[in-house]
Write a protein that binds this ligand. Structure first.
Ligand code: KG4
Ligand code: ZN
Length: 325
């Protein structure tokens, strides 16, 4: 089955062609991150305008790179949410238009579930039940994976998502948007033990996350003549260890066979080391290559698994918030 995937939940316009849910024939991205830099975060209206310009050229390039023609496409999969509503609508409407013009079925895919699928994509068999960790600019989620499409949420954040905290701390440190990769780079030059930051605790919910207090601690630490690299390193160490520690506690609450990670923060190399240290006894699966960050290959891949007899493509709706289950 050859699937064309379309992604437009935030500031990346993506199109990809994936065969049988796993073989990536093309994976094209146009990012509007450059225009958001001066605002220190995604400016939704400007992201939408870029999506409008980029969507058809990106789809064309994905088909060209994959060397497939529209008649060889079996299915179109589009990210239906969660995300910025204006951004979602552009991908959704493009997908509906192509579905009708090419007479191809259309399936809507949950972006968060697709992030998790990115670390399963290459596997022949998925060890289950497993712990899922979604850590991105919009989400911080621990969940029990019973099977593909069947999840039990374990915990989430009560304020900022972890990627959002990295981006805001990047801002405080005077780094450009998106802050995550820049904080990681700066942190390599610092001492992670220099600042005694602590991760947020949520009353009566020991597995939930809270990053707003940590962010404020960084703000106060930055007063005066300070070692910014060590502040970045100490923040990063505290935030990432919080993820690993709570994931460890969650994994002990059931017969966990493996860990699957997804979302932009999984691009962080320090996290890989911390996870290895925390879970020496369990297989830990990561999104391969560039699949940590938003992309359409994960949408196309999961689309192949979500395809049931097609409904009317015009019935599909984009949603700002949708649960993974
Ligand atoms: O999954 P993603 O591309 O978009 C969302 O669905 O949100 O994740 C983007 C987030 C941003 O907050 C970005 O700063 C963060 O992932 N990120 C990182 C790294 N690379 C991207 N955070 C920490 N370390 C990184 N290397
Ligand atoms: Zn994402």
């Amino acid at each position: 089955m050859i699937v064309l995937g379309i992604e437009s939940t935030c500031d990346e316009t993506g199109a990809a062609v994936v065969k049988d849910g796993k073989t990536i024939l093309s994976n094209v991205l146009a990012s509007s991150a450059d225009i958001h830099e001066k605002y220190g975060g995604v400016f939704p209206e400007l992201a939408c305008r870029r999506h409008i310009e980029a969507i058809i050229p990106v789809v064309d390039e994905a088909l060209k790179t994959a060397q497939v023609t529209p008649d060889q496409i079996d299915l179109i999969a589009v990210a239906k949410g969660p995300g910025l509503i204006g951004a979602l609508l552009i991908g959704m409407n493009a997908a509906k238009g192509l579905s009708i013009a090419w007479n191809k079925p259309l399936v809507g895919v949950n972006h968060v579930e697709a992030h998790l699928y990115a670390s399963m994509m290459e596997l022949e068999t998925v060890p289950l039940p497993a712990l899922g960790i979604v850590i991105s600019g919009g989400h911080t989620l621990l969940l029990k994976i019973l099977e593909l499409g069947c999840y039990q949420p374990i915990s989430t954040t009560v304020d900022d998502a972890i990627g959002e905290a990295f981006d805001k701390v990047g801002n405080l440190l005077g780094l450009t948007y998106p802050g995550g990769p820049q904080v990681e780079k700066l942190a390599r030059l610092g001492n992670p033990k220099a600042y005694p930051f602590t991760a947020g605790k949520v009353k009566r919910s020991p597995l939930d996350f809270s990053f707003s207090g940590l962010k404020t601690a960084v703000l106060y630490a930055l007063k005066g003549d300070v070692d910014k690299a060590s502040i970045a390193a100490s923040f990063q160490e505290t935030a990432l260890r919080d993820i690993a520690n709570k994931a460890m506690m969650a994994s002990k609450s059931f017969d966990c066979q493996a860990i699957f990670l997804g979302g932009g923060v999984t691009a962080n190399q320090r996290l890989k080391a911390i996870m290895q240290e925390t879970f020496p006894h369990l297989p830990v699966f990561w999104p391969q290559g560039t699949l940590s960050l938003d992309n359409a290959a994960m949408i196309a891949g999961l689309g192949a698994k979500k395809f049931f007899p097609p409904g009317d493509p015009l019935d599909l709706e984009a949603r700002t918030r949708i649960p993974i289950v």
